[in-house]
Design a protein around this ligand. Structure first.
Ligand SMILES: Nc1ncnc2c1ncn2[C@@H]1O[C@H](COP(=O)(O)OP(=O)(O)OP(=O)(O)O)[C@@H](O)[C@H]1O
Ligand SMILES: [Mg+2]
Length: 192
């Protein structure tokens, strides 16, 4: 039988990934700029968990990432149907044969983690990039090795000394593999 002591490492601070990079998104233009840098780094199998309260900017960031990958149509919030799938256009595939399919999910309305299987999440994990709002709703079914992008509304003072109360702080939380993958393109945002 497993003792309490033996179970401990699962939650030990050493194992839980920490914030390794941070940046400020002053406005929606900054969100678009960030997405243009970040989206090309995504590959099939990646899971990006969008963390942040109501209105933090999760959908806006997902939309910018999807558009940065060349998707030209509407990118509605998946609030009601929970999943929207974006296949690359023939044009973007000609330009980059590796451009991934994106599954954009908003799991806020999921009542039980098991319901996610009816949405086909395993297909997403195997064949696409998954952008997941409210990832905690997956409970134990969220695979390990995901990157968390945490958004928080914050106030900043602009260069001309005016207050901007609608900026977002974006924090990156993930394992060593994610640090390695992002350290070249986001070097200046790394905390250490
Ligand atoms: N960096 C930013 N600067 C200014 N406004 C922003 C920024 N990011 C998002 N917004 C705005 O914040 C509002 C809420 O954004 P969004 O719908 O993306 O939030 P959300 O986290 O997806 O909310 P929900 O929890 O309801 O799904 C939108 O009007 C969006 O344009
Ligand atoms: Mg949303």
């Amino acid at each position: 039988m497993m003792t309490q002591e033996m179970q401990k490492p699962e939650t030990s601070p050493k194992k839980s990934p920490e914030i390794f990079a941070e940046l400020i998104l002053d406005d929606m233009a900054a969100v678009t700029d960030f997405a243009a840098r970040f989206a090309p780094l995504l590959i099939v199998g990646d899971i990006v968990a969008l963390d942040g309260g109501l209105g933090a900017g999760k959908t806006a960031l997902c939309r910018a990432i999807i558009q940065a990958l060349g998707y030209k149509g509407d990118v509605p919030s998946p609030t009601f149907n929970l999943v929207q799938i974006y296949d690359p256009s023939p044009k973007s595939l000609r330009e980059n044969p590796n451009v991934p399919t994106i599954w954009h999910m908003d799991l806020y309305r999921l009542e039980h983690p098991e319901e996610a299987f009816e949405l086909g999440i395993e297909d997403a994990f195997d064949t696409a990039v998954s952008l997941i709002e409210w990832p905690s709703k997956l409970g134990p079914h969220l695979p390990t090795g995901f990157l968390t992008l945490r958004l928080e509304i914050c106030a900043i003072t602009n260069q001309n000394n005016t207050e901007n109360n609608t900026a977002r702080k974006l924090s990156f939380i993930g394992d060593m593999a994610w640090r390695e993958r992002l350290k070249t393109d986001f070097k200046e945002d790394f905390l250490s």
